[in-house]
Design a protein around this ligand. Sequence first.
Ligand SMILES: C[S@@+](CC[C@H](N)C(=O)[O-])C[C@H]1O[C@@H](n2cnc3c(N)ncnc32)[C@H](O)[C@@H]1O
Length: 279
Amino acid sequence: MKDELKDISTLLFETYGADVSRYDDSFLEMSVAKRQSVTGCYSVRDYHNHLKNTKSEADSFVDSLTISFSEFFRNPLTYAYIEQMVLPLLIEQKKQENNKEIRIWSAACASGQEAYSIAMLWDEVSLAAKSTIACRIFATDSNTEEIATAQKGIYQRATLQKTTLHRVQTYFNRRNDIFSIVPELKQQVDFSTFNLLDAQLVSPQASIYGDFDVIFCCNLLFYYKPEFRNLILDKISHNLKADGFLITGETEREIVKENNYREVFVNSAIFKRIVNPKG
Ligand SMILES: C[S@@+](CC[C@H](N)C(=O)[O-])C[C@H]1O[C@@H](n2cnc3c(N)ncnc32)[C@H](O)[C@@H]1O
């Protein structure tokens, strides 16, 4: 970590009790640059001095590290693969195993767009396949406010830019520019709070035992330093079936490739674990 960044991290901890040591250096640098431009500080040193004297700026800086942006069908290519390859494959596999349940976990679901996108796909794919297999979707986030918003299932138009008109008409009730998830789809998702870095908890309690066929861990790994990314990936691996699928954000593909996962379809951000990396 650069000295100036280290000084900011130390100042935040010693003066305001805010621990930012888990965040990746490049993410912290980017966040400092953004706040510098908002506050008109020319150098990192100026910003450090500004922080020293302004508690409200320390709060704003820490808040700026909590990025919960999400949208429906965020990475369209990934969702196309899930719709056309992953879900049909799982249905077939479960049929052959005479297993009646598919288990999916959205592990940093923010305000629910990812989990509801999966529920929409499942509804369409299972209907087309005339499948009687059930799909249980668990969705968790460390932020309780995000989970409360997800449970309400009420969204602004901006989050729907990648959602087809057919899906908007089928899965939302619309009032002016406010779109509410229909009750049937809401029931499909079980939302709860879960911190992926909580050393005490192995799996989301609602799911009881983990053992997921698909885990979404999208757009959170890159915020963290490598040692924390590894802790999160260990937790994910522990909860993923041996032949299960891990879905990441587009920018996190290289991170998981370095951690014994192989990408199943080109540029899809859909991975399987390499069970015996050295074998
Ligand atoms: C940018 S959002 C990603 C939302 C969604 N997965 C997507 O890709 O659109 C990142 C989310 O990760 C959550 N998060 C950050 N650290 C976490 C942790 N240790 N455990 C669980 N969730 C975490 C944040 O609260 C935030 O809602």
